[in-house]
Ligand binder design. Structure first.
Ligand SMILES: [Zn+2]
Length: 205
């Protein structure tokens, strides 16, 4: 008897291995990607070739995952994040091949909305990458990153601040409290507070 396959709301390349049922509409999953059972992927995401999304990984909407990225259990990627090609995420702070750990012994990592992780950057586990933060290509990020921070190097350090429009802001990394600046490109305004950089007018895009 011929059964009618349910029409899926997302696209998966015939050579992708998609085992999760939790994938939002409009998402595209390309060749040789592997999405494990229980992995959650939101709507309108773009999942490149040779990616791996493990059970327990969570992706929001409009996430771009470039080719060659593995997203492990405990990694949460919020809306609008860009994960550059071959960037590395982790979930075990002290791995040994011969020590088996249950999932709760691993460490969760949060990549907050609209952050960018550059090509080949490495993100250690148990940290948060702030909203709109910008991780330079090849950086090795060991600690939590503030919103809008521009991070480069190994170990990554903050060298400045990045606007949501992807233009570097004209304010030094070490700007003092209450310093303010305006993006020369999109005119968004920012002020330094105790938690880092804050966008104080969010009306313009
Ligand atoms: Zn801007």
């Amino acid at each position: 008897m011929k059964t009618q396959a349910a029409v899926k709301p997302y696209f998966a390349h015939p050579q992708a291995l998609v085992e999760s049922e939790d994938i939002g509409p409009g998402t595209r999953i390309w060749a040789f990607a592997h999405v494990m059972p229980g992995a959650r992927i939101g709507a309108e995401c773009n999942i490149g070739d040779h990616t791996f999304i493990e059970t327990g990984a969570v992706l929001g909407n409009n996430v771009t995952v470039k080719n060659g990225v593995a997203i492990w259990w405990g990694v949460t990627v919020e809306d609008g994040v860009f994960l550059g090609p071959n960037c590395v995420l982790t979930n075990d702070p002290n791995p040994r091949a011969y020590i088996k750990k249950p999932s709760p012994a691993l460490r969760a990592t949060l990549i907050r909305a609209h952050a960018t992780v550059g090509a080949n950057a490495t993100i250690l586990c148990g940290i948060t990458i702030g909203q709109y933060a910008f991780i330079g290509a090849g950086s090795v990020v060991l600690r939590t990153v503030l919103d809008f921070a521009l991070m480069v190097g190994n170990p990554a350090r903050r060298v400045g601040w990045m606007c949501r429009c992807a233009r570097r802001l004209l304010i030094p990394a070490s700007a003092s409290l209450n310093s303010s600046t305006m993006c020369p490109q999109c005119r968004a305004e920012f002020r330094v507070d105790a938690g880092g950089l804050n966008m104080i007018n969010g009306s313009s895009s």
